[in-house]
Design a protein around this ligand. Structure first.
Ligand SMILES: Nc1ncnc2c1ncn2[C@@H]1O[C@H](COP(=O)(O)OP(=O)(O)O)[C@@H](O)[C@H]1O
Ligand SMILES: [Mg+2]
Length: 305
């Protein structure tokens, strides 16, 4: 049991007024997560935040993450926040399976509705732009002499083209999760819930969809289904696909930085961060080099085939 969890456990027991035991939950890539139980059957989720994640730009500042977690709980989408401790949270334990990519693909309709429920709430405490995050992560790499993947610097001009295209057809910012990988969805008894607000902030909802699609390896037909389920029409499909590219391009550096600066001693130690970086970058290059990239920039999808 890592020290951070043991220390927090004493505080949880003091809050609960009863002894508690903890079982580490693996699967997250950033923080220390444990299921905490009492003898009489109460169960909670303990999330001990690792300050290094925010320090190297891989998450928003911890105070913002905590405020947004409370906010997301009030929408019913996030887990209820039961107790806030220094650098750690006790959350409602959501009973149900964590999704995987096939489950995300099968659940597109319900996931779109869950995103809408989060997005319709009042704003989060901070804004988030994937373009500013890209600049920040490039800066972290340069400041720490981390080697960018071969060909990465050349791709940055495409990110600028994408930003200019999207700026020309803006949508209002809404409170977004911004990190909708399958492991952050739990199919709870009352429906799909979203956990882990480490990158949350007010953002373009088309990024939320594009990022979700990138993480679950959606093909263009899946992206179209997701955009229709969320918007009720297909007008934003090219922009969701542009944001899918931005997700792969930017989160490539998330994994480069995690690999080199946070390190293998971390909770996700068995996970191959470097291979994940290479995989995401290869997908970004594939989509930037595809024949229909220019059409997406112009706001059009491919002709039907
Ligand atoms: N409130 C919760 N109830 C039940 N399981 C949870 C809860 N929060 C997280 N989990 C489980 O723990 C895993 C890791 O948690 P997460 O908050 O995503 O950590 P990380 O920031 O490290 O990714 C999730 O993928 C999910 O399986
Ligand atoms: Mg997570």
């Amino acid at each position: 049991m890592p020290d951070a969890v043991s220390d927090a456990l004493d505080l949880v027991a003091a809050w609960a007024g009863r002894p508690v035991t903890a079982t580490t939950i693996k699967g997250g890539l950033s923080h220390r997560i444990a299921r905490v139980e009492t003898e009489d059957g109460d169960r909670w989720l303990l999330r001990v935040l690792d300050p290094r994640i925010a320090e190297v730009g891989l998450g928003i500042p911890l105070d913002q993450e905590i405020a947004n977690t409370v906010h997301a709980a009030s929408t019913g989408v996030g887990a209820q926040v039961l107790h806030i401790m220094p650098g750690a949270l006790v959350l409602e334990y959501i009973d149900g399976p964590t999704l995987d990519n096939p489950a995300v693909r099968d659940g597109i309709g319900e996931i779109a509705l869950t995103c809408r429920a989060l997005h319709q709430a009042p704003p989060f405490v901070n804004d988030f732009s994937i373009f500013r995050k890209l600049e920040q992560l490039v800066g972290v790499c340069r400041a720490n002499d981390l080697t960018l993947p071969h060909g990465y610097a050349e791709c940055l001009s495409y990110a600028r083209d994408i930003e200019a295209a999207l700026d020309a057809r803006p949508l209002p910012a809404v409170p977004c999760h911004n990190d909708l990988l399958a492991e952050n969805f739990i199919a709870g008894p009352s429906g799909i819930r979203i956990v882990d607000y480490q990158l949350s902030g007010n953002n373009d909802p088309r990024f939320e969809l594009g990022d979700l699609a990138a993480e679950a390896d959606f093909d263009p037909d899946d992206v179209a289904r997701l955009a229709h389920a969320y918007f009720g029409h297909g007008a934003h499909i090219p922009d969701v696909r542009l944001y899918l590219i931005m997700s792969n391009l930017t989160w490539t550096l998330w994994f480069v930085i995690h690999d080199k600066l946070v390190g293998a001693s971390h909770v996700g130690g068995a996970f191959d961060y470097s291979a994940e970086a290479a995989d995401k970058f290869a997908q970004a290059v594939r989509d930037i080099s595809a024949p229909d990239f220019g059409r997406l920039i112009d706001g059009r999808t491919s002709p039907p085939h």
